[in-house]
Design a protein. Structure first.
Length: 551
């Protein structure tokens, strides 16, 4: 049975030591690392740009049927956005629109008497005081679907919903929204299959140009299906750029810089989210939001030629000659010198060693890695349920009608969690992650027993900060435990399970909407258990990254 190279009494021990010795000549941080780091930060920023655009583009604004007898569509479109509120409080709505619970039906209207309905154009009004009256709609047993809609322009000038008149097509809207989610699933599977076997650079060569192409195509979509197609590939590109960028950061840095700079990179991802949120607030039109994303994404085109391959990966998979050439360039770039005797000894030794084989199956057959994988799968699954559930509850509790302010507020809370985990995670990956998970679980349970007030919202925000901070810390921690030849496979597998956790969270939200405290109590208990399980894991602070598996 294999075990991870942190305790390695086999031939790979000497090879791992020699890899560490060669990489040590590069130094923990220098011009080479700074250049790679900054390039990867921009990848994280672009990945963050992609994610939230769909939130604003697929929003369903306040809407209702146009009543041609009572109003003129062209006149409505020319009104300033702030006056649109009045459109949903006209006195004629009470006899032209059916009631659904305590509001008007947004998708149907009463059919007017035929003598008023003949030859009416949807865009033009033939209104008179007599025609726009309750007598015109006295046969209110006949309900018809809206022929044309009007919507509130206060927050949106256009969305995909308004562009393609999808107001009442809930099934189609949900399907399109799911396209991004399923894209991320496929992206994670591709990472598991390709990234560790064929390298980090090949993923950059494929997905950086693809990201640019998809953004350009998305501007010219002609129907909802082509938009869904682009959204699907956006999901693939976003998760791939995210996974590859922080993995390259981890593998190029050393010492204390590795954790702090890697964990801080997640803050850059959230800044990408904020960039899109601010652009959406300013521009208010879905096509302009897409164009605002294209501007930075265009800078990804030269990435296949300027972003270097991971030196650790090249050494770990046996591309020794290429790795030596590349590290020689990197060492000279940093102004250091490499010991030729160490290189010659390494090359001589590798000739007598069995070449490391990369197999996803080793995630499950290697005893130590299997234990790490199981624990992190549980952590990420429970964390995803809690994060998604708390986010939805917090969004509904803040009572903010402005979608832009609400979304940016949630992003700032997430940014606080990342900054917190970056500041304190350097003391210990293991115990800080334990504390953050246990605190999140405790606050989750406490919130279940408090009535909705300012204190409950404060506790929910603290819980949210702890959960987000623990997610980023868990990602870095797991990446430091999985060896280079299985790093992206292991972390991506955990991320895949977290997506399933996000799906499961929708049922939690439905149960909690009935003011049942049990769902959050249950999640809180599981979060505490997940935090306690971390005690089994080894500490990674001040340790070299593992690259190989023992044979």
């Amino acid at each position: 049975m294999e075990s991870i190279s942190m305790n390695r009494p086999t031939e790979n021990v000497d090879k791992q030591k020699n890899i560490d010795n060669i990489l040590a000549s590069l130094g923990n941080i220098g011009y080479y690392q700074i250049k790679t780091y900054l390039l990867c930060l921009f990848l994280m920023f672009c990945s963050g740009i992609i994610a939230p655009a769909r939130v604003f583009e697929l929003i369903i604004p306040e809407h209702r049927c146009l009543i041609p007898i009572c109003e003129n569509y062209d006149d409505i479109e020319q009104q300033p956005p702030n006056s649109n509120y009045e459109l949903f409080h006209h006195s004629f709505l009470k006899f032209t629109l059916p009631k659904v619970e305590n509001s008007y039906d947004r998708c149907h209207s009463y059919e007017p008497i035929k003598k008023f309905n003949n030859n009416n154009n949807d865009n033009q009004s033939t209104t008179t005081n007599e025609q726009c009256s309750s007598k015109t709609f006295e046969l209110r047993s006949t309900i018809e679907p809206c022929k044309k809609f009007i919507f509130n322009h206060q927050y949106f000038q256009s969305t995909i919903i308004t562009e393609f008149q999808l107001y009442c097509q809930q099934d189609n809207i949900q399907l399109i929204r799911a396209c991004y989610f399923y894209g991320t699933i496929i992206g994670l599977i591709l990472n598991i299959i390709l990234a560790d076997k064929y390298g980090r650079q090949i993923m950059i060569r494929i997905f950086c140009p693809l990201t640019v192409l998809i953004f350009i195509l998305n501007i010219f979509v002609t129907n909802i299906y082509s938009y869904g197609f682009c959204l699907f590939f956006k999901g693939i590109c976003s998760i791939t750029l995210f996974q590859i960028s922080y993995t390259l950061i981890i593998e190029c840095l050393g010492g204390k810089w590795r954790f702090y700079l890697t964990n801080f990179s997640f803050a850059i991802f959230i800044l990408g989210n904020i960039y899109t949120g601010l652009c959406a607030w300013w521009l208010r039109e879905w096509k302009l939001i897409e164009i605002s994303g294209i501007i930075p994404v265009l800078f990804l085109l030269p990435y296949p030629f300027i972003l270097p391959e991971s030196l650790r990966w090249e050494f770990a998979v046996g591309k020794h000659t290429k790795a030596i050439d590349n590290i020689d360039k990197a060492v000279r770039m940093n102004g250091n010198k490499i010991d030729n005797e160490t290189i010659e000894s390494f090359l001589e030794q590798t000739k007598r060693m069995t070449k490391s084989k990369i197999s996803i199956g080793k995630l499950f057959t290697n005893k130590s890695i299997r234990l790490f994988l199981i624990i992190f799968l549980f952590i990420r699954f429970i964390n995803a349920i809690g994060t998604h559930g708390i986010s939805s509850f917090l969004s509904s509790s803040l009572n903010e009608d402005n979608i832009y302010i609400l979304t940016l507020t949630m992003m700032i809370i997430e940014l606080s969690g990342v900054i917190l985990s970056t500041l304190i995670g350097g003391f210990s990956r293991k115990f800080i992650l334990m504390i953050m998970m246990i605190m999140a679980g405790c606050f989750c349970i406490v919130c279940s027993f408090i009535e909705l007030n300012d204190w409950k919202i404060i506790f929910v925000i603290i819980c949210r900060i702890c959960l987000v901070g623990s997610v980023t810390l868990a990602i870095v921690y797991s990446a430091e435990l999985f060896p280079t030849i299985l790093r992206i496979s292991g972390v991506s597998f955990c991320a895949l399970i977290s997506k399933i956790g996000s799906m499961a969270a929708t049922h939690l939200i439905e149960l909690h909407s009935s003011e049942n405290p049990l769902p959050f109590i249950f999640v809180g208990i599981l979060t505490i258990i997940a935090g306690l399980l971390i005690f089994i894991l080894p500490e990674t602070k001040n340790r070299n990254l593992p690259d190989l598996l023992e044979n």
